[in-house]
Design a protein around this ligand. Sequence first.
Ligand SMILES: [Zn+2]
Length: 56
Amino acid sequence: MQKREVYKVEGDKIVRVRRTCPKCGDGVFLGDHKDRLSCGGCGYTEFKGKVPEKKP
Ligand SMILES: [Zn+2]
């Protein structure tokens, strides 16, 4: 079984492509949704983007 890379390299910086749950710790990844990330274990939710888009 091939182990998938959790990080990808863009230029000279490393970008984490999957977020881990801060409550469950490393190894538990947050589910990627359209506008948020959520943990299936503890229910932690993190919304993408700090500034919500405003419709004109
Ligand atoms: Zn969790």
